[in-house]
Ligand binder design. Structure first.
Ligand code: AMP
Ligand code: GLY
Length: 423
């Protein structure tokens, strides 16, 4: 079958990379793809959903898979479904779980799913009053999509008020900040749990851990994610069961009651506080970099998972994973996450790289010119290692990092440290 992947980051590149190895897949199109995906997929530059649907009809593409949140929140799935096209992703209404933090928090409250105490408001006085009741630090979030940057953890009440004021006035995030959430800070460790859903059934994937802060030891500014690994030992059967019963099941039945049964990837960002799962946020797509560590672990052909989910046939799927671990280290450009950097050529010591079994690169912010690859985005690429243990996977990923060169490259040295601290 021919497949279209919407998106062009590391997440979509990794989906394409593993779909390419899948016998059931013939041709892969990517809209837009990136400078490296053009090596094995056809990149197309169509953004308008109707025009993209025209392209799918013209090329007889059987399945479309949507990677990023923006097209989902903007309703690509609804446009494709109206035209009878098979697409994997959440509807516009269901995507409110990610597109509006206020919808998400009210949903959590309504269906009694554990989450941090909060208020939502578009009035500064209300925010100020609630801030005065909270212990430090205090979390302030813009309602709309801000590319992962709309959450501020303020260390004083005055800072929280300042942040709230700047968001509400439109100064920080424009319209996306005109309404805000103020919430209590949760102290625990974070987990990313993914369930692939078809509106009726779901399959839970191995839990992953992301590293959101820029610097080693989880300090510095929040980023889109500097590395991930899966499966994580920070979860056991008991916690999986709690997450399934206290979070996943009520979320899916709640969405059905709201009239928008959930199809696509339900990504639950959890804080584990004293052994109990508390929902920080939902996303309606795979995490990036989490997707890059989940794709290599899938034993079931990737196309089957997406195809059956899009068809509403997940119940028939026996989803299998390799009994292995994957670690991905994000290599970012010099000025990430503050501002863009001067493009620089990427050189990979190919002779060594090819000899290393169980490693690969997932390209993200790259473009191609005269057959050369340039680092042009913030998160440039991911060095991925797969092994029999987290340590082996981590060591392979870092060995590969040492063979990838571009001016100003930066990456964390401690990905997976929480899982390895007793080793
Ligand atoms: P979000 O986009 O809501 O997931 O927030 C981004 C990041 O901010 C999360 O991954 C957490 O690291 C942190 N964060 C968000 N909300 C809280 C909270 N209530 N307590 C502690 N950390 C939080
Ligand atoms: N890795 C976090 C995210 O994709 O939102």
């Amino acid at each position: 079958m021919d497949i279209l992947i919407v998106g062009g980051g590391g997440r979509e590149y990794s989906m394409a990379l593993f779909l390419k190895k899948d016998e059931a897949v013939d041709k892969i199109y990517m809209a837009s793809g990136n400078g490296a995906s053009s090596e094995f997929a056809q990149n197309i530059d169509i953004k308008d959903f109707d025009k993209l649907a025209d392209f799918v009809v013209e090329k007889n593409i059987e399945l479309t898979i949507v990677g990023p949140e923006a097209p989902l929140v903007d309703g690509i799935v609804d446009v494709f479904k109206k035209r009878g096209l098979l697409i994997f992703g959440s509807s516009k209404n269901a995507s409110r779980l990610e597109g509006s933090k206020i919808f998400m928090k009210n949903f959590l409250k309504k269906y009694d799913i554990p989450t941090a105490a909060f208020i939502e408001t578009d009035e500064f006085q209300k925010a100020e009053k609630f801030i005065d009741t909270l212990e430090l630090p205090i979390v302030v979030k813009a309602d709309g999509l801000c590319g992962g940057k709309g959450v501020v953890i303020a260390s004083s009440g005055d800072e929280a008020k300042e942040v709230a004021k700047d968001m509400l006035s439109g100064k920080s995030f424009g319209e996306a900040g005109r309404s805000i959430i103020v919430e209590e800070f949760l102290d625990g460790y974070e987990l990313s749990v993914f369930a692939v859903c078809d509106g009726k059934n779901y399959k839970i994937l191995p839990a992953a851990q992301d590293h959101k802060r820029l610097l080693d030891g989880d300090i510095g500014p929040n980023t889109g994610g500097m590395g991930a690994y899966a499966p994580t030992p920070l979860i056991d059967e008991d916690l999986y069961k709690k997450i399934e019963n206290l979070v996943i099941k009520p979320t899916l039945s709640g969405m059905t009651q709201e009239g928008c049964p959930f199809e696509g990837v339900l990504f639950i960002g959890l804080m584990i506080v004293g052994g109990e799962p508390v929902v920080l946020e939902y996303n309606v797509r795979f995490g990036d970099p989490e997707c890059e560590v989940l794709m290599p672990l899938l034993k079931t052909p990737v196309s089957q998972l997406f195809y059956k989910a899009a068809k509403g046939e997940l119940e028939d799927l026996d989803l299998e994973f390799y009994d292995k671990y994957a670690v991905a280290v994000v290599m970012a450009s010099e000025n990430y996450p503050y501002k863009s950097s001067t493009p620089s050529e990427i050189i990979v010591d190919k002779s060594v790289h090819e000899e290393l079994s169980g490693t690969h690169i997932s390209y993200a912010g790259v473009s191609k010119e005269d057959e050369k690859l340039y680092a042009t985005g913030g998160r440039v690429l991911l060095s991925v290692g797969v092994g029999e243990s987290i340590k082996e996977a981590r060591d392979k990923a870092y060995l590969l990092c040492g063979q990838i060169h571009f001016a100003g490259k930066q990456f964390r040295q401690d990905i997976a440290y929480q899982a390895l601290k007793n080793d």
